[in-house]
Structures are given as structure tokens and as C-alpha cells.
Design a protein around this ligand. Structure first.
Ligand code: URA
Ligand code: SF4
Length: 214
């Protein structure tokens, strides 16, 4: 049965559950209409429960959906490189997304699944999962990778160009700082003549986040 508009994920998030139980429970989430897209699954965050840094992307892509892990496709490869250059070890950080289901259309060549940016209603519906993860982990710094993560963690006033690369205060009581930067997919889409510069800025922003941990 379709899920008209969805009512949000809150009803599906088990209260007080630890991360492994959240990761199990999310498979049953029907908090928004992305649960109705055929052949996808919710991709939960991954990393150590004691991570001091969390990275928040937009939503899983085609590769992430097939493998059930965040940031393991082309954008993930770029992210991995940037983390190394910024002195951050990926296996020490929590990696997740603002929206946990892959939104796509499949009218591309050979019925390839083409990424579609999630709407504000998807971001809002899925926020309880992100909040639950971050509540369990309580990282010192949360890196916002692009506009969708910014919508979820800061709100509609978020502008990556204006806010990137600076330490921002997280939600009151969270104890976390926020650092915004470009989404790695935006770097992959940057014209070749400007890509090196975009990537260098991305690494600089990640290094600002890393500086909190020293
Ligand atoms: N883009 C994202 O925002 N997240 C992923 O996990 C992969 C690509
Ligand atoms: Fe639930 Fe988020 Fe998936 Fe929507 S995108 S069904 S809220 S896990």
C-alpha cells in the first residue's frame, strides 16, 4: 500500500535503541514515500560508536543502495581521498546521510537509475534517524557535505557557499561543532579547469573539522 506523503520516521525509530538496533529497525521504516520505490533499501550510517567526527551526506547513490553502505561509489572514492589528505581516518569516523533511501528515476539510457535530489519533505521525514544516530555517538564535530545535509542540520537558511570552512555551533545542548563543505559529487561535476581548486577547498574545509579533534 502506498504511503501518501509519509508521516515521518519518528514512529519507526525505537526509543533508546543502540546503534546496531537502529540499523536493524531502519529496514522497516515507511516514514516517507521513498520506502515505496522498488528495489531499494535504507542505508544506515556506519563507523565506530565512539567516533568523534561524523560526516553527513545527502542520500545513498546507486552503488550505495546496491551495497547497503554509505559513500562507497564514485563520490565516496573522492571523499576517501579528501579525508586522507586532511589527516582523517575514515574508519575512525561515522559516515551517514541526511536521507537514508536512494531517490531516483529510471528513464535514463539502458534504464539506469538516475539520482534525484530529495525534497525538503524527505529530509524532514528522515531527520529522526539522523538525530538518533548523532544522539548515540555524540561527536565533537559534524561535517555537513552539501546543501541537503545543511537543510537537515541547520535548516532552510543554510547556504554552503556562505557557511563552509568555518566552525559553527551545533544545536544547543549537542556539544557538537559543525563544519560545512561541498558535497563530493559537486566536485565531480565541476568543470575540469576548476576541479582542482574545488577539491583543494574541500580538503581545507575537512582540515578545519579535523582541527577540532586535536
Ligand atoms: N552521495 C551521498 O550523499 N551519500 C552517499 O552515501 C553517496 C553519495
Ligand atoms: Fe524512512 Fe528515511 Fe527511508 Fe523515508 S528515506 S522511508 S524516512 S528511512
Amino acid at each position: 500500500m502506498a504511503n501518501p506523503g509519509g508521516t515521518g520516521a519518528a514512529a519507526f525509530v525505537p526509543a533508546g535503541a543502540a546503534l546496531p538496533d537502529l540499523a536493524t529497525a531502519i529496514a522497516g521504516c515507511r516514514g516517507c514515500d521513498l520506502a515505496d520505490l522498488d528495489g531499494t533499501r535504507a542505508v544506515f550510517g556506519e563507523g565506530p560508536a565512539g567516533a568523534r567526527l561524523a560526516l553527513v551526506g545527502e542520500q545513498p547513490g546507486d552503488v550505495e543502495d546496491r551495497r547497503g553502505r554509505p559513500f562507497v561509489g564514485p563520490a565516496g572514492k573522492l571523499l576517501d581521498r579528501g579525508l586522507v589528505e586532511a589527516g582523517i581516518e575514515r574508519d575512525q569516523v561515522w559516515v551517514t546521510n541526511a536521507v537514508k533511501h536512494f531517490r531516483f528515476r529510471s528513464d535514463g539510457p539502458g534504464s539506469r537509475r538516475i539520482h534525484v535530489t530529495p525534497d525538503a519533505r524527505h529530509v524532514t521525514a528522515c531527520r529522526p534517524w539522523l538525530a538518533a544516530e548523532l544522539n548515540r555517538i555524540r561527536p565533537a564535530v559534524v561535517v555537513i557535505l552539501g546543501a541537503t545535509a545543511g537543510q537537515s542540520l541547520v535548516g532552510p537558511s543554510f547556504r554552503v557557499t556562505r557557511m563552509r570552512g568555518r566552525l559553527l555551533d551545533g544545536p544547543p545542548g549537542s556539544g557538537a561543532r559543525l563544519v560545512a563543505t561541498l558535497h563530493p559529487s559537486a566536485i565531480l561535476r565541476t568543470p575540469p579547469d576548476a576541479r582542482d581548486e574545488a577539491y583543494a577547498g574541500f580538503v581545507r574545509d575537512l582540515a578545519v573539522a579535523a582541527s577540532v579533534l586535536i
